[in-house]
Ligand binder design. Structure first.
Ligand SMILES: [Zn+2]
Length: 249
């Protein structure tokens, strides 16, 4: 079983697109692995500069102040989940040797239909999806060589809900893992999709604690059921806080 294989690993590297994805997409898996003694590290491609802020006390944040907020939120979630070390793609140790550090900016998205995102149409020249994929692959290889994971975990080709940055993370993860000689496991996007599914609802309290760190992006709503909680996104959409995670090779 994939989860047991992972739990027998010494180190696992998660690759995500934005701060909050580590929690909303794979928080229960990270919590499970760290509780079982697996070292989990994280590479985040962007700082989520185009994330929409939930209405409330943080909604006035813009520019550098918003970016700083997202960085702080990510640091909090990383601590809550038990992640050992994290890096942004484009900065050491997730930067190819000899290259000056750079930032890959959030590409933005727009909803094509409920639950499916597509390109925003106005992603800037410094955006993650506008950059050369070969440069991003080289940066991710550098991260893999630094963290020396036994497995890489990334999005499947649907990129969880189609966000262009998630899809790009998928596109660079395969080549980078292959070049570094590390197996990759894909997080299954479709809740009904083929894969090995693990019910990790017992990790919900840890996921809730991590999700609360991302207060600019989601509000957490706990329920009477201790194995279920929801998050409310900036647009008011409510989604369950995922604790059932599918993986495939
Ligand atoms: Zn994301």
């Amino acid at each position: 079983m994939l989860l047991d294989d992972l739990a027998g690993a010494a180190r696992v590297l998660f690759v995500h697109a934005h701060p909050d994805d580590e929690t909303l997409q794979t928080g229960a898996l990270i919590a499970e692995l760290t509780a079982r003694g697996v070292r989990c590290d994280l590479v985040t491609a962007t700082r989520g500069e185009r994330g929409e802020i939930v209405p409330g006390p943080l909604s006035g944040l813009t520019g550098d102040a918003f970016v700083a907020r997202r960085e702080t939120e990510l640091a909090g979630a990383v601590a809550a989940l038990g992640i050992t070390e994290r890096a942004y793609l484009g900065e050491p140790p997730a930067r190819a040797a000899g290259q000056p550090p750079r930032r890959y900016a959030d590409s933005g998205m727009r909803w094509i239909r409920e639950g499916l995102a597509g390109p925003s149409g106005d992603a800037g020249p410094d955006s993650f999806t506008a950059a050369d994929p070969a440069e991003e692959v080289a940066d991710l290889v550098a991260a893999i060589e630094y963290f020396r994971p036994d497995a890489l975990i990334s999005y499947d080709d649907d990129g969880s809900y189609g966000h262009p940055d998630h899809v790009r993370v998928h596109e660079i993860s395969g080549p980078a893992a292959a070049r570094a000689g590390v197996p990759v496991l894909w997080v299954v996007s479709d809740p009904a999709g083929a894969g090995e599914w693990s019910d990790l609802a017992h990790r919900l309290p840890t996921v809730v604690a991590a999700a609360r760190c991302h207060a600019s992006q989601v509000s957490v709503v706990e329920s009477a059921d201790p194995r279920a909680a929801e998050v409310i996104h900036s647009g008011g959409q409510r989604t369950p806080l995922a604790t059932r995670i599918g993986l495939r090779r």
